[in-house]
Write a protein that binds this ligand. Structure first.
Ligand code: SF4
Length: 426
């Protein structure tokens, strides 16, 4: 048994660097037009060499998501993308469609092929089938229980990957036409408008202008709105099941989200693996004898944008308690405040790129990749030109903060949310 990798999302260059800094073993990213996150910034084909070089320079693998279900018109560009990505040195393609799988083998036989969760592999025969076709890894459907993961792992030597954290679908992992029918945006081409999260009303056919309220609360009703997945408390079971890769969902989420979720799963996985190695019997119970779950990990995962958490299908099929009927909003306790650009040891000033309003007197928190969260009271601000300032109201502004201790470049800085309540995903 090998230690599973921690696989984090990299929706753009900043998130790639963040995922690497905060401890990912591997990252996955999409190419513009060919991954199932059309509205994430993603990477152009000519940006892939730099992304691969950066990841490899830090000992991190890079997987390219190509899990669309393409139509004939998409094939020429897809061929070009696969060739360009192979030349850039990506470690694997994440593929859902049998045609893309075949094309990838023809164009880039040296690149490993991982079967996307979009292929809905939910049993050992499916995993063996894909392995026989040449797949190195099968990303199991989110609909597979941990007990079945263990049975599948026992019957195949292909690597298995599962999602451990993030949003879930009401359909078989995105194989859903709700968005296509209601908005013309196809979930199967990476452009889901998430109508399962919308608020719905009932309309009588002959009275189109008089909707009948269907209310869970004063905001509306959310009949298709699933909770988010969080399996951090089940790491011993996941290790015992023989899973090779633990994937964090969220290429559309902010760099702060990527930083904190990756940081927490890194710590939890390292602690759990140490315990698993020590355990005489390699079971979840054996592992738990040497493993102390830190409640701070759960508390930290509450501080990123999320809906209520559940364990998805891991322990049992979801029931009524696994849907969020009262709100389609995400909640978070903290805003993404700034990114550290560097530290001036002589002046004891932290150079930042700001992402949210900051002012004198605010207390922010710096997420240190190797350590804890370090608070920083803002007692002095200077603009880029050296002029003192009382506040930084403009997004993306570069500035300096008084700071007595060094902070590595790339560190994410957060600030408690000023006004509580719902917030859109960031
Ligand atoms: S509409 Fe909802 S269930 Fe359907 S693919 Fe999009 S996120 Fe998934």
């Amino acid at each position: 048994m090998r230690k599973p990798e921690l696989l984090a999302p990299a929706g753009d260059r900043e998130k790639l660097k963040t995922a690497v800094l905060y401890g990912a073993d591997a990252v996955y990213l999409g190419a513009r037009d060919f991954s199932l996150r059309e509205r994430a910034k993603n990477f152009a084909a000519d940006e892939l060499p730099e992304a691969v070089s950066f990841a490899h320079a830090h000992g991190v693998k890079l997987y390219l998501t190509v899990n669309v279900y393409p139509h004939e018109e998409h094939l020429p560009a897809l061929r070009e993308l696969l060739a360009a990505a192979a030349a850039a040195g990506v470690d694997a393609f994440i593929i859902a469609d049998a045609g893309v799988f075949r094309l990838a083998k023809e164009i880039a036989p040296q690149v490993a092929r991982h079967i996307s969760t979009q292929a809905s592999s939910t049993n050992s025969e499916a995993a063996r089938f894909w392995q026989e076709q040449g797949a190195a890894r099968v990303i199991l459907g989110r609909e597979v229980s941990l007990a079945d993961c263990a049975k599948i792992a026992a019957q195949t030597t292909a690597e298995l990957e599962i999602f451990v954290h993030g949003a879930m679908c009401m359909a078989y992992s995105g194989r859903c036409l709700l968005s296509s029918f209601l908005t013309g945006r196809s979930a199967n081409l990476g452009d889901c408008a998430q109508p399962c999260r919308w608020q719905y009303q009932l309309v009588e056919e002959r009275r189109p202008g008089a909707p009948l309220p269907l209310e869970e609360d004063r905001w509306g009703s959310y009949i298709l709105n699933s909770k988010d997945l969080c399996l951090i408390e089940l790491l011993p079971e996941i290790l015992a099941a023989g899973i090779s890769s633990l994937k964090i969902e969220g290429r559309m989420k902010s760099a702060y989200y990527v930083a904190n979720v990756t940081r927490i799963y890194r710590r939890a996985l390292d602690a759990c693996w140490r315990a698993f190695e020590r355990a005489e019997v390699k079971t979840a119970a054996g592992c738990r004898q040497y493993y102390a779950f830190d409640p701070d990990w759960t508390a930290e995962l509450q501080k990123v944008s999320h809906r209520q958490y559940c364990t998805g299908f891991a322990l049992r099929p979801p029931g009524p308690g696994d849907y969020v009927y009262d709100s389609s909003y995400s909640f978070r306790g903290y805003d993404f405040a700034a990114v550290a650009l560097g530290y001036d040891q002589k002046l004891r000033r932290l150079h930042i790129e700001q992402r949210n309003h900051l002012a004198l007197g605010d207390t922010v928190e710096i997420l240190l990749p190797e350590g804890d969260v370090r608070p920083l009271s803002i007692r002095a601000i200077w603009r880029e030109d050296g002029e003192p300032a009382a506040a930084l109201p403009h997004a993306m502004e570069h500035a300096w903060l008084a700071c007595d201790e060094a902070v590595p470049a790339g560190c994410i800085i957060r600030r408690p949310v000023r006004e509580e309540g719902g917030a859109a995903d960031v």
